[in-house]
Structures are given as C-alpha cells and as structure tokens.
Design a protein around this ligand. Structure first.
Ligand code: NAD
Length: 489
C-alpha cells in the first residue's frame, strides 16, 4: 500500500548523495505506485537558480543513475527549489511560506519529512532553525532524516543529539545507516527467526565464531578531507559493522515492532566485553595501505593521496574481535574487518559451526570441513551453506559442497536500493531500520576508547599493500584463537 501524503524537504539537494541515490529512489517509489499522488519535494541548496533548473537537475540524476524510460514531466512537476543558506533565519521564513503554500496545493495534511543530506556540521543548526522559524509547527507528522556521521565521538554525538531533540522527539528522528536498508542485512533476521534449522544452533554450543568482512577496492576518492579526520573505525565500524554484529547476536524479539527489535539490539551492545586500554591490541588491529596493485593497476599509498596528511596516522583498515558476554554467546568471537584498497569489493558474513564431536571419515590426516553459513550482502546477494557429502564412487570419502541461493538468479529480480526502502519506511513511519539514540551512544562509547588509545600511539603505517586483504596482524588476531579468515571470493 502507498505511503501517506507528504512533503519531503531535502537539504543538500545538489549534493552527491541526493543525485546518485535519493532522486532515483523517490522516482522508483513513484513508479511502483508506492508514493501518494499527494507528494511534493522541496530541494534546498545554494547552487541552482529556480524550479526549472532544479527539475532538470533531478531529471538528469534519474536519467544517469536511475532506470527510467518514460516521460518524467509529471513526476518532476512535483519538485520545487529554494535557494537557501542554512545559517540564515530569513531563508527559513521564505521556506516556510513555500512549504505552507505547497501544503495547500497538494493537500499534504501538514506531513513533513526533513531530510538532511548535507555536511554534518549543519545538522544541529538546521534542526534548531526548523523549530525556531516555525517549520516544525504543523498539524501533520514531522520527521527528521539525518545522514551519517552522527557525531565523531560520544561527546559530539551527545551535543548533536541535544540540539536535534530540542526540535524533534526521539521517535521523530530517523538516523540513517544505509546498511540497514540492504536486502541481505534485513534478511539476517528472517534467516534466523523463520528457519527451524538455524535458530536452535545459533549459540555458543554450535557456533565456533562469526566473521564479518566489508572490503572495498576503492581508496578515499574525493572524501579524503573528511576521511583523514575520521578513519575506518569511525566511518565503518561504529555504525555499519556494529549494527551487523547486533543483528546477528540479538535475542529473538517478542514481536516485530520497532521498539522490541531495537531494544534487543541495544542489549547486545550492552553486553560487549569491555577491555582495558592496554588490552586493545589483543582485540583490535589497525592498518593503512601503502602503494600496491589492484586489477593490474598501481595505486598510490594512502599518505600520497590528495588532501591526505603525508604523515597521517589515520587507519584505512580495522579488524577486531567482539566478545559478547551473555548466556548465548559466551566464548564465541565475532570477528570483523573492513578497509579500503583491499583485494576485493565484498561484504559478507561467515558463520562457522563447531566441528562435530568425532570424525568417522578420518584418513591420512584428512579433516572435515566445518559447516559454514555464508550471507552475501554485496555485491552478490544470497546465502551459501557449506556441507559435507559423500564423494561419489567407491569408498566413503567426503566432499565439501555448497548449497547456493542467489537473489540475482531469481528471474526479473531487481532488489531495490537501500535508500529506496529506507525512504519508504520513513514515509510510513517505520523506524525499525534506523538507529536509535541508545545504539549510537553505546557504540560511540565503545569506539571512543579505541580511538583515544590509537590517537596517542603512532602506528607503523603503512602496514598493508593496496590490493591485499589487510595487515598480517589481522590474520594473527584469528590464528591465536585457532581460526583463520575464510576467503571472501
Ligand atoms: P555534498 O558535499 O555532495 O553535498 C552537500 C550539499 O549541501 C550541496 O547540495 C550543497 O549545496 C549543500 N550545502 C552546503 N552548504 C550549505 C549551506 N551553507 N546552506 C545550504 N546548503 C548548503 O555531500 P554528499 O556527499 O551528498 O553528502 C551529504 C550527507 O550524506 C553527508 O552527511 C554524508 O556523510 C552523507 N552520505 C553521503 C553518501 C554519498 O554517497 N555521497 C553516502 C552516505 C552518507
């Protein structure tokens, strides 16, 4: 069923995110009949002139990044532009006039989504102005969608949250973590809670360890200025990786409601084993890429990238081991690794089951492969189950086989983009796949301890070559527990 009537106010309308993801997503919802006819989009930015200029911008975005073949005239007629400086009250009053007027024209029932797709330094300012200048004063719903990063440590996140909460209630704040919009991330819950063969085994009696890899082949690209101040720990681990850990480890919620699911995720974060500063090396490994080769092309070291400090101590790679000290998971390591300029682009989860008690098929040093459940998140989407079967022919030797399910192999299947799903959720008022403040606070507290220690110790960077799977210390992290990283290919 379609979403209710709503106005979408998009701050940062000429930005990269809006162009590559948001307009194509809004359009897909429209095309699928999921958007109400009663919708309007107001783009707010500094660069463009007027509505026509903006409509062309949106059209070009959809032609380039979307999949449209038809005439977009009707669709883009719902788009309006407001040139705006986010620090200037006068701008907001003009915006309010436009919004009130569109509310009447399109019968929007006063429903408003404020989407902040702009530099995070403005998030607090915009939220405060929206209230002060009357834009949140509406008889319909009001929701704030806010992009990452949510602060760069716990104190800054608390400060930002205070400013936002002066204008919006917690249940009106939609903190985007676009990993939560991905088809196979949403599938984690379904795989766990709708299959009799997994959930009974989903604990420390049957699982030996879980590995989550999110590797990129790209370097820092145009984000160097931002990235060099943040690094992989803040950019990837605090949000995306810790979200995946909590989805894998959470208890079954009593109902599939936003509150129930989010509170189970919070409980996982509360159960993370704390460690002393001097123990951090036993749990976390940082890396920074040096020069190397990817797809037969030589790429420069991180420190030689434009806009990166030539002596940068920023990590472009992080591997870690989370221990969850509760009844279900005591003793089971959750390993994560994520980095730039690695060998392959891949996000996947490997659940390694414990060895069976006795190997009846032992022969000349042979060992049985453990059962693995692999959840492929991107670029492939699907699941693979690794089993042992009998080698055909004489004898009783075993052979590992893979049972594969791939989303891509379903005919005509084109999984919607994360942003399309998240926008639709927001329009319907479903905040399940957005991050609650409690999750943000707990994950920052965990990450802050690591970044403080790392900031005070110069690392022996670079310590992995571009085009490899990371520093040697990341392999040793698993080796000392008797494990190894399963290949991602
Ligand atoms: P961008 O720099 O490309 O766009 C910034 C936008 O903000 C532009 O439209 C600009 O006109 C507007 N803007 C800047 N200063 C302004 C001011 N003073 N008044 C009014 N408008 C102003 O940024 P982006 O890459 O689109 O990223 C936007 C947000 O989305 C960031 O928080 C980023 O972290 C997040 N994000 C981006 C991506 C991505 O793929 N680009 C992915 C995930 C998250």
């Amino acid at each position: 069923t379609e979403a209710p009537a709503s106005l979408i106010l998009l701050f940062g309308a000429t930005g990269d995110l809006a162009k590559r993801k948001l307009y194509p997503s809004i359009y897909n919802l429209y095309k699928k009949g999921l958007l109400s006819d009663r919708f309007a989009v107001v783009g707010v930015a500094r660069r463009l002139k007027d509505d026509d200029d903006f409509r062309n911008w949106v059209k070009e975005s959809i032609d380039t990044f979307g999949n449209s073949s038809e005439d977009l005239t009707e669709f883009i007629s719902h788009f309006y532009y407001q040139s705006h400086d986010v620090t200037d009250s006068e701008s907001y009053r003009e915006l309010k006039n436009l919004v009130d007027c569109l509310d009447t024209t399109y019968h929007l029932d006063g429903n408003r989504i404020f989407y902040l797709a702009m530099s995070p330094e403005f998030f607090g300012t915009v939220a405060e102005h929206l209230k002060e200048d009357g834009l949140t004063d509406t008889k319909g719903f009001k929701r704030l969608v806010i992009e990452k990063p949510f602060g760069h440590d716990l104190p800054s996140a608390i400060n930002l949250n205070k400013r936002i909460r002066s204008a919006f209630k917690e249940n009106e704040v939609y903190r985007i973590d676009h990993y939560l919009g991905k088809e196979m991330v949403q599938n984690i819950e379904v795989i766990r809670f709708s299959n009799a063969i997994f959930e009974p085994l989903w604990n420390n009696r049957y699982i030996s360890n879980i590995q989550i890899t999110s590797s990129e082949t790209l370097g820092v690209e145009e984000r160097a200025r931002y990235y060099d101040k943040n690094g992989a720990l803040r950019d990837m681990l605090q949000n995306h990786m810790m979200q995946i850990v909590s989805l894998l480890a959470m208890e079954p919620p009593i109902k599939l409601t936003t509150d129930e699911i989010r509170s189970e995720k919070v409980r996982v974060l509360r159960a993370l084993r704390p460690f002393k500063n001097e123990e951090i090396d036993q749990y976390f490994v940082r890396g920074q890429y040096g020069e190397g080769t990817i797809n037969n092309e030589t790429v420069p070291a991180y420190r030689n990238e434009p806009n990166v400090d030539p002596e940068s101590n920023t990590e472009t790679y992080v591997a870690g081991k989370f221990m969850i000290d509760n009844f279900r998971w005591a003793g089971v390591p959750f390993y994560i690794r994520t980095g730039k300029r690695m060998d392959k682009k891949s996000t996947k989860i490997v659940v390694q089951f414990k060895d069976i008690p006795m190997n009846l098929y032992y022969k000349n040093g042979s060992s049985l492969n453990p059962n693995l459940l692999v959840i492929h998140i991107q670029p492939e989407e699907g699941i693979t189950l690794h089993l042992n079967v009998k080698k055909t022919g004489q004898g009783m030797e075993t052979n590992p086989v893979k049972l594969n399910f791939s989303n891509k192999s379903i005919d005509g299947m084109n999984t919607p983009e994360a942003y399309e799903k998240l926008l639709f959720d927001c329009l319907r008022g479903d905040a399940t796949n957005f991050t609650h403040w409690d999750e943000v606070a707990l994950s920052w507290r965990f990450v802050d301890q690591i970044s403080e220690v790392w900031a005070n110790q110069k690392a022996p960077f670079p310590n992995y070559a571009a085009g490899t799977m990371g520093p040697k210390a990341a392999d040793e992290l698993l080796e000392k527990d008797g494990f190894f990283w399963w290949p991602v290919a």
